[in-house]
Design a protein around this ligand. Structure first.
Ligand code: UD1
Ligand code: UDP
Length: 355
């Protein structure tokens, strides 16, 4: 069996890394096809280096652009490669434009598709990710659902039961595998002059947040209120999209918020585990905070990770006045919840279903 692993962005590299490691371990034939959706060193290569991943066999270098153009470029180039280097199965992960293009190209060539992290739903069709994940799920042959909740969503949409496998999420594998390694490396808390549990960690990059002056402004004001109330610094490794939009809107970063470059995975895991509280609009960061037992406040109006809320690890705050209310509540919470995303063997379970 030959597998093509298609990826293109930071979270896909991280969440596919356990599958790549498992392919290596089991001697499964595979190759990596990188669309180049993310390309800056700190959004791409750093993860290949830190996670010791083999280089992509193909890199399409599509870069940034409008959704249609970016997806179309990927689709055309992925198709060429899949014809030339035909795999038995294509694996895609998550909900990015890379996933949509990869799944669509494979579908038309009648190549089997495995969707890792299938069945997530925000029920918000204004999010580009919701469209991508719904289409990917409906054209996939193997749907690797992280939880029973995601399996139920898929069944409700009429996807046949025999195509769905509950595996847990590969982010648990990635976090467990790399947390220990990260403790032996450079100490990011020391580098940033931070004391454990005496700071907040924050990320924000969702289009609907950072491309809106009102919502991005709301996030920065919320950070300011949180700093004023708790007196703890907010460490904010910002996605390039966010840095660009802060500049375009002419916002000042408020006192108490430290905007820094995006971190490598090993450093970011340390920053997350040491934080008193995490403030984020990221999907992966909501999951990691739950796994690492750090309370989370989500800067969105909904989440496709309801499991984190159900276990008491996360509150949905939006980008306005509710941020401080949710922060107060989560500061009181005891991190005694169970991780709903599996035992860290999702990669093994996933590959097991393909053979
Ligand atoms: C994409 C995904 C999103 C995912 C996120 C992970 C889609 C529709 N969105 O959003 O679901 O959560 O990746 O981080 O697929 N940029 C750089 N360097 C890079 C990459 C991006 O500077 O390496 C800047 C560019 O200005 C670019 C902007 O970020 O225009 C947005 O990049 P893009 O890939 O379109 O979307 P993300 O916001 O990264
Ligand atoms: N991450 C990282 N460095 C950072 C911020 C995030 O390594 O500075 C990792 C984080 O640990 C998680 C992933 O990036 O595994 C989440 O990616 P992102 O927030 O870009 O996308 P999403 O999960 O929302 O699709």
């Amino acid at each position: 069996m030959k597998i093509a692993i298609i990826l293109g962005t930071r979270p896909e590299i991280i969440k596919m890394s356990p599958i790549i490691r498992e392919c290596e371990k089991q001697g499964i034939e595979y190759y990596i096809l990188h669309t180049g959706q993310h390309y800056s060193y700190e959004m791409d290569k750093i993860f290949f280096e830190q996670l010791k991943l083999p280089q992509a066999k193909y890199n399409l270098d599509v870069g940034s652009g409008l959704h249609g153009k970016q997806t179309a470029k990927m689709l055309a180039r992925i198709e060429e490669i899949l014809i030339k280097d035909r795999p038995d199965v294509v694996l895609v992960q998550g909900d990015t434009n890379t996933v949509l293009a990869g799944a669509l190209a494979a579908s038309k060539l009648l190549i089997k598709i495995g969707h890792v992290e299938a069945g997530l739903r925000s029920f918000d069709r204004t999010m580009p990710e919701e469209t991508n994940r719904i289409i990917a799920d409906h054209i996939s042959d193997y749907l690797f659902a992280p939880t029973e909740t995601s399996r139920k969503y898929l069944l409700n949409e009429g996807i046949p039961e025999e195509k769905i496998f509950v595996t847990g999420n590969t982010i648990v594998d990635a976090a467990y595998q790399n947390l220990e390694i990260s403790k032996n490396g450079a100490d990011i808390l020391e580098e940033l002059g931070l004391t454990e549990k005496e700071y907040f960690a924050a990320t924000a990059h969702r289009a609907e947040n950072v491309d809106s002056k009102e919502r991005l402004g709301g996030i920065l004001s919320g950070f300011s209120q949180i700093y004023n109330e708790f007196g703890l610094p907010i460490i904010f490794p910002a996605h390039p999209r966010t840095v660009k939009m802060i500049g375009e809107f002419g916002f000042e970063v408020p006192e108490g918020t430290r905007l820094i470059e995006p971190l490598g995975y090993l450093e970011f895991l340390q920053l997350e585990s040491g934080a008193r509280l995490i403030l984020t609009d990221s999907g992966g960061v909501q999951e990691e905070s739950c796994i690492l037992k750090v309370p989370c406040v989500t800067l969105r109006d909904n989440t496709e990770r309801p499991e984190t809320v159900d276990v008491g690890a996360n509150l949905i705050a939006g980008c306005g006045e509710k941020m401080i209310i949710c922060a107060r509540q989560m500061m009181e919470s005891k991190p005694e919840w169970e991780n709903p995303y599996g035992n860290g063997n999702a990669a093994e379970l996933t590959l097991g279903k393909l053979q």
